[in-house]
Design a protein around this ligand. Sequence first.
Ligand code: SAH
Length: 260
Amino acid sequence: MIPRLFVTVDLKPGAVFAAEERAAHYLKNVMRRSVGDPVILFNGRDGEYTAEIAGVSKRAVEIRVDDLRRAQSFVPDVWLCFAPLKKDAVDFLVEKATELGVSAFQPVFTQHTTATRLNHERLEANAIEAAEQTERLTLPEIRAAVSLQDLLQGWDPGRHLILCAEAGPALPIGEALSRLKSDVRQTNAWAILCGPEGGFARSELDLLSKLPFVTPVGLGPRILRADTAALAALAVFQSILGDGAQRPPAPLLPIGQRPE
Ligand code: SAH
């Protein structure tokens, strides 16, 4: 298995740099790699590169960048707006939604949200780890939490909001997104909004449903848990409006041995 790492340095052939502490620790102590071992790198800007460990000392790991493996490509701009959940559920959601290609996480406090705090750094660390393992070329942005009211006040109407509505009028998600796809005014900026475990307040659903940039959608007859609903909506989004038609990059190693 070849370790795949997110780094912040610029990537170009021949560049040599000292790995950041987290990456150095992972390569040296967790993966027990040494000089000459291959690594795959991405930084969210320059595409993905093959690289090699050029030096290992007590405190540092030096990496030399080799060749471009994949150019930076278009990624769908889809935010996930979610009401903060219990810690484990948020960790799960961030990991899985990163795998499904979300471009940003926007925590939103709604009337029935019970969680009161979110650990931004923890979300970021989970997102980095999931991005490394999933062959993404970008990291999702973790945005600061806001109230639903403030979110809507500052909303760019060019970003279309897909509202997971457990009650009230809504088209089935597949039909709603297919309609949006054939809409000539179609935008490239999207967001999915899911409520908390307690659901949306009726007044919130009414308010949201009236906004011109909102499309309420239904996810079937079952009431899903908030994390399930968000992931289901994201999967359908990628398949209809996102990058669901693309294939993973050709593996450097035989299939089944993707980078760690
Ligand atoms: N306690 C609420 C359910 C909340 S489910 C109740 O009993 O009605 C949490 C969130 O998941 C909801 O706010 C909604 O955004 C989403 N969701 C769950 N099931 C859904 C469905 N069948 N259709 C659309 N959205 C759904």
